[in-house]
Design a protein around this ligand. Sequence first.
Ligand SMILES: NC(=O)c1ccc[n+]([C@@H]2O[C@H](COP(=O)([O-])OP(=O)(O)OC[C@H]3O[C@@H](n4cnc5c(N)ncnc54)[C@H](OP(=O)(O)O)[C@@H]3O)[C@@H](O)[C@H]2O)c1
Length: 326
Amino acid sequence: MTPKMKAAIINQYGRSGVLQVTDIDRPLAGPNDVLVKVVAASLNPRDWLTMRGLYQARKSLEPFPITLGSDFSGEIVQLGALVSSFAIGDQVFGMQPLRGKFGAFAEYVKINAAAIAAKPKGIDHECAAAMPCAGMTSYQTLHKIARVQPGETILVNGASGGVGVYAVQIAKAMGANVVAVCGPDNADLCRDLGANEVINYRAENFEDRTAAYDVVYDVIGRSSPKKSSKSLKPGGRYITTIPSVKTAMTAASSWLASKILPGKRKTSHLVLVKPEPADLSAMASMMLAGTLRSVIDSRHNLDNIEQAVERSQTWRARGKIIININ
Ligand SMILES: NC(=O)c1ccc[n+]([C@@H]2O[C@H](COP(=O)([O-])OP(=O)(O)OC[C@H]3O[C@@H](n4cnc5c(N)ncnc54)[C@H](OP(=O)(O)O)[C@@H]3O)[C@@H](O)[C@H]2O)c1
């Protein structure tokens, strides 16, 4: 008989009342996978967007029941036949790719070995589980899309949330002058994370400044290339995290224009995070060196996961929401 495990699943889409914690079959690692005993997972808006059927990129991707959860940290308990990069007992962390099965809100998760990284002993499971999706989104935006240079001014809109707290610290570590946009209650947190200046979005609209920023990193997607254009310097980059037909088309036409008419044009971009073990390891090294930390909003477990989802849906999370599992 297949061994069972506890998991948070949905059998239909819905705003609430559809998430059930129940026993399901424990997955088996395929040839390129590992099976990880999850110690901690973290919640991302993509989890409840998937639950509500609002995540178009994932809709129809996997049949019901769907086990939610993309980010985790834990211990390898089974290796696929072709996996040689890890051993049983290794502590690892990572995230499921957007276009793949989720499954981290469970006692065990199956994942491709090429998507995970070793968790250093000096980083606890909660801090590691917090990092993958949110941290890599900011790491990949700032290093690979914005290509931030020392001395540049980077505005982070949504600086106190899951993605934003990593953005502030990574931009700071790259030598940028960081302007954080958050609500009044989170100004001290953003300064503590390294922001040089904090804008309270209830008192000032960052878009009203003229030629103030080299990069507008619109983590929360409340601005747009048009609205932030005046505030960007010549050659400035606007980057959104919000995937939609409109943001994808704007990014594609901006890319085309920059190829046809190179020069100090303002450009628009869309980040789509990908699991990259090298990026996870780079961030883990920053954590060990003391230049990056995870900020924990709240801790939950599988039995009260509904509260964690409700908390995230308020858009008030201060850093990351953790689900402790084993
Ligand atoms: N494209 C990708 O690959 C990718 C990857 C990861 C995430 N995302 C997306 O990125 C977005 C942010 O994710 P997240 O995990 O950071 O969300 P989150 O943690 O839930 O964001 C909560 C934060 O948003 C801030 N906020 C709310 N309204 C704001 C406003 N009007 N202006 C500025 N800040 C505001 C809040 O700050 P205050 O409480 O201070 O108001 C709170 O700290 C989500 O839509 C998510 O789906 C996309």
